[in-house]
Design a binder for this molecule. Structure first.
Ligand SMILES: Cc1cc2nc3c(=O)[nH]c(=O)nc-3n(C[C@H](O)[C@H](O)[C@H](O)COP(=O)(O)O)c2cc1C
Length: 206
């Protein structure tokens, strides 16, 4: 994944960056990193994450996504919108304002499902967007960034939707926070059921 050699001669050549990890290693070592130093990654780095997202498979090439990158004052405005919504729901508005500023960048992944088109199956639009978000998380991990996907109340609060200027048929698929991991940051051990326990092999040992 991501070596400049492999991207040479492709439309993505200008997106090349040094490969520091094999794909499988990146998949197996990626973790959600919600804490960041506050230092903002460069714009071209954020664009590379979005390029990785839009490289995801999507049935009928519906491209059911668009992206809004929030940083600086936009993060504060987002926090204000979220806080207004929380207050309206009788919750403490302090939390959202703080949470909006946990990382220097949030990539808002907006899904535009095209289930109304012939042959397009709505749930497959969700799968495609999930794949896109995972692509971005893996690319971030490979580049040594801290990244985390969150949904939570901000994905549903009307004030957040208004701030993002969501269209009638759009939804917030997730918020990907991006920054640099704090020095010496180590995530806890992963709590995942081993693949062996989740897999049934049929017709394999015949
Ligand atoms: C669709 C989706 C939504 C998520 N939303 C949240 C969230 O709102 N808050 C949160 O703390 N983590 C959220 N997560 C991250 C998961 O908690 C995290 O992936 C899980 O704990 C496994 O940890 P890992 O990513 O380090 O393997 C979300 C993950 C996915 C896939």
């Amino acid at each position: 994944m991501g070596s400049s050699f492999h991207l040479e001669g492709t439309p993505y050549a200008d997106a090349a960056y040094p490969q520091v990890m094999e794909t499988y290693d990146a998949i197996m070592t990626r973790r959600s990193v919600g804490k960041t130093t506050g230092e903002r990654p460069d714009k071209d780095v954020i664009l590379k994450l979005i390029r990785a997202a839009v490289a995801a498979p999507n049935h009928h090439l519906t491209e059911p996504w668009r992206f809004v990158v929030l940083s600086g004052s936009a993060l504060e405005e987002f926090g204000d919108a979220w806080a207004t919504g929380a207050e309206r729901e009788g919750k403490d508005p302090a939390g959202p304002k703080e949470k909006a500023l946990r990382a220097p960048v949030i990539i808002v992944v907006i899904e535009r499902p095209k289930g109304h088109l012939p042959k397009v199956i709505e749930v497959e639009e969700h799968y495609a967007v999930g794949a896109a978000m995972q692509n971005a998380l893996l690319a971030a991990h490979e580049m040594g960034l801290a990244a985390m996907l969150r949904t939570g109340p901000a994905a549903h609060i009307k004030e957040c939707h208004d701030f993002l200027e969501l269209g009638d048929h759009e939804l917030v698929a997730g918020y990907i926070s991006v920054g640099f991991p704090p020095e010496g940051f180590k995530p806890g051990a992963p709590r995942k059921t081993p693949a062996e326990e989740l897999t049934e092999w049929r017709g394999w040992d015949e």
